[in-house]
Design a protein around this ligand. Structure first.
Ligand code: SF4
Length: 270
């Protein structure tokens, strides 16, 4: 697929496929170092509470906030425990170490009904086989209004939480959340969580969150949330909506300066 950048140059974006098992990698990640991934979600489709225009897995065909219908497609806690233990035992047996063990995968991991159970298992096996590794999650933040989810998340070393939009309108255009998810509730939930990193992806085209007005609204909310830091980045993989494209490195650097200057929060550009 070839998109056009603002400067008119074709952009080459890689396709990305669903994870085919519970544990995958380790993969070299720009943000997490060498990371072993844990997928709590189905392997034949993406299960998510959002339908982001930039999703690397394509459009969300199964959207939910409570995966009651999809329970049969989710791995059991026993299967997750066995997969994590086996992968970490093999890594350690081969004398290899990872920087992170990261819960992410084919959609939104906090939809898994026993998130706390998974985190406790992952911590136990991490302590046993790879004590240097940080236990992390990549979440879209849609469930942070739930205190049970927040308590589970607070057991992790690193919580990287999606936050791309500073208004309900942009949030709906960009992330297409399932009802009834509102940006205001996400901001309130993120403020309740301790020591979070925000992950914010910027795009332009049919939908944009990188114009000055959108960035201004978003920085205001970042200032309210007061995260440990913000990771700003743009498309790296083929998006669900082909009418959106990457923003330039200069735009990302300008956004980062806005956050440092106006919100007083550290920023990394990826
Ligand atoms: S939250 Fe993540 S998995 Fe879900 S649609 Fe958005 S980018 Fe895709």
């Amino acid at each position: 697929m070839a998109l056009r950048s603002a400067a008119g140059r074709p952009q080459k974006l890689r396709k990305y496929s669903l994870q085919t098992g519970i544990v995958y990698g380790p993969v070299e990640s720009r943000r997490l170092g060498l990371s072993l991934g844990i997928n709590l979600l189905p392997t034949s489709y993406k299960l998510c509470s959002f339908n982001c225009v930039y999703c690397q897995y394509g459009w969300t065909k199964k959207g939910t906030l409570a995966p009651i219908q999809e329970l049969a497609d989710l791995p059991s806690l026993e299967a997750i425990a066995a997969a994590i233990e086996s992968a970490l035992e093999q890594l350690s047996g081969a004398g290899k170490t990872v920087d992170s063990i990261t819960i992410c995968g084919n959609g939104e991991p906090t939809l898994y009904p026993d998130l706390r159970g998974v985190i406790e298992i992952a911590k136990r096996e991490r302590d046993r086989y790879q004590p240097q590794a940080r236990l992390a999650i990549l979440s879209n933040s849609s469930t942070v209004g739930d205190p049970v989810v927040r308590e589970a998340l607070d057991l992790l070393d690193l919580k990287i939480m999606k936050f791309d939009a500073g208004s309900e309108e942009i949030f709906r255009q960009l992330n297409h959340p399932r009802a009834p998810i509102y940006m205001g509730d996400i901001v309130a939930g993120l403020k309740e969580l301790k020591n979070i990193m925000l992950q914010s992806l910027f795009v332009q085209g049919r939908v944009t969150n990188a114009d000055p007005d959108s960035v201004c609204l978003w920085v205001e909310k970042v200032r309210e949330i007061r995260p440990l830091g913000v990771q700003v980045y743009t498309l790296e993989r083929e998006p669900a909506d082909e009418r959106i494209g990457k923003v330039s490195l200069a735009t990302l650097q300008w956004i980062a300066e806005e956050v440092r200057w106006r919100a007083g929060v550290p920023v990394d550009v990826f």
